[in-house]
Design a protein around this ligand. Structure first.
Ligand code: GDP
Ligand code: MG
Length: 186
């Protein structure tokens, strides 16, 4: 039977969420942008305040619904609604951010419920623009947090790289579903 997977694409502003969804999606991405009303926090003029939506089919009629969830805390309630329905999450972190390891930690904490119940992969973006911190630093931070998660070096503009990450996430979702047969598989 055809299945549907709801996957969240999360991460701070500028991490590449919109770009990754556009690289993956077979339909024109439904994109909701608005003026950044919080320029003190980030100088980007427009940013995603609602969400991005895209779809990709996996064959056998299976479909992934991708939701880019906003990075701003004030939209927290929307994360929660989507998080309840999601089976997995791609967490994107911009390697050139001032403290990307803290961003990783912050998002893992914020999505603790999904992390405990569903599948999670981490994608470190913009590494062509800044090599530090190295991937090992992310593994070390995850180990400190007691988490074992795949960490990808990914360019959000590169469809093949983003697809590889999504494929891993889907495989993890299926492994979880086998472990929890009553889990939320569509
Ligand atoms: N050089 C480079 N640019 C990237 C990479 N990943 C994303 N970008 C760019 O980073 C910018 C922010 O991406 P965007 O998708 O708007 O981030 P969002 O705020 O998370 O939705 C865009 O200009 C992307 O093209 C990467 O790996 N390398
Ligand atoms: Mg965006």
């Amino acid at each position: 039977m055809a299945r549907e997977y709801i996957v969240l694409v999360a991460g701070p502003m500028g991490a590449g969420k919109t770009t990754a969804i556009a690289a993956l999606s077979e339909i024109p991405v439904v994109r909701t942008e608005a003026l950044n009303t919080d320029p003190a926090r980030n100088a980007k003029a427009t940013t995603t305040v609602a969400l991005d939506y895209g779809e990709i089919s996996l064959g056998d009629g299976d479909k992934v619904r991708l939701y880019g969830v906003p990075g701003q805390d004030r939209f927290d309630f929307m994360w929660r609604i989507l998080e309840k329905r999601a089976l997995g999450m791609m967490l994107l972190v911009d390697n050139t951010a001032s403290d990307p390891l803290s961003e990783l930690e912050r998002y893992l904490h914020s999505f603790e419920a999904l992390g405990a119940r569903g599948a999670l992969v981490v994608g470190i973006t913009r590494r062509d623009l800044g090599r530090m911190p190295p991937l090992e630093a992310y593994h070390a931070r995850l180990a400190q947090l007691g988490r074992v998660l795949p960490v990808f070096s990914v360019d959000a503009r590169n469809a093949a790289q983003v697809r590889t990450m999504l494929g891993t996430l889907i495989a993890m979702v299926e492994a979880q579903a086998a472990r929890q047969p009553t889990g939320a598989t569509a």
